[in-house]
Design a protein around this ligand. Structure first.
Ligand SMILES: [Zn+2]
Length: 153
């Protein structure tokens, strides 16, 4: 009887160990998302908005999903990108809901800051009307009848 109890305990412990090992193996086997600098190719920490070795920063872009620019991509390579209904803006939207100078995106310390430039109908990010917002990966910007996704990877 005593031997049986010991065997049962050993088997029980072995099963638990096996399960733990499988879980650990699964965790460490998961793909790691690593940011690599486009300038010096060194690995960047996820919190870096630009490479601390060489100063390289990823060029962010707007991917338009709704409106006259749908399915087009705009690289935010300029210091300032403006959106409006009249010529002179970086993005000209022929949309009666868009003001002449509607919104601007400015590079600030490696980040991209969206601002309402005094529009009539406002600027929305993820459904919220905002006067100004530092854009995050995946933010959905709405200006008039146009929607665009902000991407920086
Ligand atoms: Zn670098």
């Amino acid at each position: 009887m005593e031997t049986e109890a010991i065997v049962a305990i050993i088997v029980g412990v072995a099963v638990v160990l096996l399960v733990v090992l499988i879980l650990v193996a699964k965790k460490s086997g998961a793909p790691k998302v690593q940011k690599v600098c486009g300038g010096c190719r060194r690995v960047m920490l996820p919190v870096w908005t630009k490479c601390l070795f060489c100063g390289w920063a990823p060029v962010a872009r707007l991917e338009f999903i709704l409106g006259p620019m749908a399915n087009q991509t705009l690289n935010l390579s300029d210091e300032v990108t403006t959106i409006g209904s009249v010529a002179g803006n970086t993005v000209v939207l022929a949309d009666p809901a868009v003001s002449r100078k509607h919104a601007g995106i400015r590079k600030v310390d490696g980040n991209y800051e969206l601002a309402d430039l005094g529009s009539t109908n406002g600027v929305y990010v993820n459904g919220h009307k905002v006067p100004k917002k530092t854009l995050d990966q995946g933010d959905i910007i709405r200006v008039g009848n146009t929607e665009a996704v902000f991407k920086r990877e």
